[in-house]
Design a protein around this ligand. Structure first.
Ligand code: FES
Length: 269
């Protein structure tokens, strides 16, 4: 968990004195995983080019609510600040987005106060930071890796056709932000659905000449409870993915491969 970098402090009072524009923000906060949620309101000085991460940084620099009460900095996850690490996903004006790429100027006009809340389908750790380890458990369950141990000379990797590389590359852009899971109606407390990101990684690693050695195990893992057949094709995932991964194509392809694998296994009995 990281707190924001500290921008040059400019107090709300100073902003108000000089008549500078301010931004109103309402943040859903929760001190511990079991604590009751509450909302705190802030009014911070506007600076051109601000993103939501810098809004949170402004609050960290001077954690005082809009009604003048001293409070604490907001906890949230962030690292790369350029939509690469996938850690800063949260609900911004009710929509699952990355805080570092959500520009205040580009939020819809009239969308003030800006509301910030933690992702709703993951346990809250504190404030806007949530526990997304379920994604990593799912990736582990489908063996989303290339099985090389590196303890001996492996020689050159198998060559890949450029056409295959081009299909694999967009899938390798997944940043594990879990937004596809947050927006998926099938990912909820009453199912074990693994979600689009995990299925897309199965396609990515099954297409890898070295990774394909685990192809059958991955497909079998997606044939059971929580597997690919639980996708309801709502397609919210593909609309919300910040990296525009071809998730529906991946789900269709993996779904077909899972059925083939089941038939193959049936005849192999
Ligand atoms: S901080 Fe890394 S994706 Fe936003």
């Amino acid at each position: 968990m990281a707190t924001a970098t500290l921008p040059t402090p400019t107090t709300t009072a100073a902003a108000q004195r000089t008549g500078t524009r301010t931004i109103k923000v309402e943040i859903k906060r929760q001190a511990t995983p079991d604590a009751a949620a509450r909302t705190e309101k802030f009014e911070i000085p506007y600076r051109p080019g601000m993103n939501i991460t810098s809004v949170l940084g402004e609050i960290a620099a001077e954690p005082i609510t809009a009604d003048g009460r001293e409070t604490t900095a907001i906890a949230y996850d962030a690292n790369c600040l350029e939509e690469i690490c996938g850690s800063c996903a949260m609900l911004i004006n009710g929509k699952a987005r990355m805080a570092c790429s959500a520009l205040v100027d580009k939020l819809r006009e009239g969308d003030e106060p800006i509301t910030l809340a933690p992702l709703s389908k993951f346990p809250v750790v504190r404030d806007l930071a949530v526990d997304r380890s379920v994604l990593f458990q799912n990736l582990k369950a489908v063996k989303a890796w290339v099985p090389i141990d590196g303890s001996y000379e492996l020689g050159p990797a198998p060559r890949q056709f450029p056409q295959i590389q081009e299909q694999r590359y967009p899938l390798s852009n997944c940043i594990s932000c879990t937004i596809c899971m947050e927006v998926c109606p099938q990912f909820n407390d009453s199912t074990n659905f693994v979600g689009a990101a995990t299925i897309a990684q199965v396609k990515l690693f099954n297409m890898d000449p070295s990774g394909a050695v685990l192809k059958e195990e991955r497909l079998r893992a997606l044939a059971g409870d929580g597997g690919v057949q639980e996708c309801g094709m709502a397609q919210n995932c593909v609309a919300a993915c910040p990296k525009q991964l071809p998730l529906i194509e991946a789900i269709s392809d993996v779904s077909r491969d899972v059925v083939f694998q089941q038939v193959k296994d049936l005849f192999a009995r």
